[in-house]
Ligand binder design. Structure first.
Ligand code: NAD
Length: 243
């Protein structure tokens, strides 16, 4: 049977592009969304028109109980999970002194706790099958830190920590765990960045271009095909951050 993949936060942006590219490879995709039902349905219809089927499933992955339901639904439908892409994420620009407990919980739960819970939920099946590929979409800010995005940076560094530790723990079960740490990618998460700010950023990117969701999807496809890469943080950033 074809591979089965869960992608969190797949109604738009990077997750949407990953969902499209995997579906077009014949992978059974469960595209998770939270609020954007219409966008998720449009994605399903768009792919249907091209002859590809995907499942869409509503779940707020910042909550463990909803991660559990998403995985249970997938297992009921396909009996196995080969690929998990932890992509759902949010960002808030604020000074560290302005961060409330609510901000902290929202960002950490959406970006980091969701990835942890999703891994916990899919792993029994992957371990049983002695096969799996987990990809955490982190960020360059988890590597080098971003001013006014302290909690976001913490959450993404946490995802990279999850990647490294879990790769060691589940490697013997033939499960690979990697992070993709994007630089600046043109999506809604950057909708408040002005054209002037974007021009300034562009000056500091050696490849002199802003990334596209397809740049991340290509790396996801490569990691799925690969057999010997695990515990790595692969930064797709046009040379913006070289470390
Ligand atoms: P985006 O805002 O378009 O996509 C984020 C997706 O996550 C949305 O579909 C949103 O609905 C979903 N989401 C948020 N909270 C959720 C929840 N509780 N449950 C389910 N889904 C939820 O932005 P994007 O750029 O496509 O972001 C995808 C990932 O890439 C994020 O984790 C983001 O941090 C990361 N990233 C993006 C960039 C960039 O420049 N675009 C850079 C580095 C990392």
């Amino acid at each position: 049977m074809e591979k089965v993949a869960i992608i969190t936060g797949a109604s738009r942006g990077i997750g949407r592009e990953i969902a499209k590219s995997l579906a077009k490879k014949g992978i059974k995709v469960i595209a998770n969304y939270n609020h954007s039902k219409e966008k998720a349905e449009n994605l399903k219809k768009e792919l249907q028109k091209e002859g590809y089927e995907i499942e869409i499933y509503k779940a707020d992955v910042s909550k463990k109980s909803e991660c559990k339901k998403l995985v249970e639904y997938t297992l009921e439908k396909y009996k196995k999970i080969d690929i998990l892409i932890n992509n759902a994420g949010i960002d808030k620009y604020q000074l560290v002194t302005e961060v409330t407990e609510n901000d902290w919980n929202e960002i950490i739960n959406t970006n980091l706790y969701s990835a942890f819970c999703m891994c916990q939920e899919v792993l029994p099946n992957m371990i049983h099958n002695k096969k799996g590929c987990i990809i955490n979409i982190s960020s360059i800010w988890g590597i080098v830190g971003a001013s006014t995005e302290v909690v976001y940076s913490i959450s993404k560094a946490g995802m990279d920590g999850l990647t490294k530790a879990l790769a060691k723990e589940v490697g013997p079960s033939n499960i690979r765990v990697n992070s993709i740490a994007p630089g600046y990618i043109e999506t809604d998460i950057n909708k408040d960045v002005t054209q002037e700010e974007k021009n300034e950023i562009l000056k500091t990117i050696p490849l002199e271009k802003i990334g596209e969701p397809t740049d991340i999807a290509k790396c996801v496809n490569w990691l799925i095909e690969d057999n010997y890469t695990t515990g790595q943080i692969i930064s797709i950033n046009g040379g913006w951050v070289i470390y």
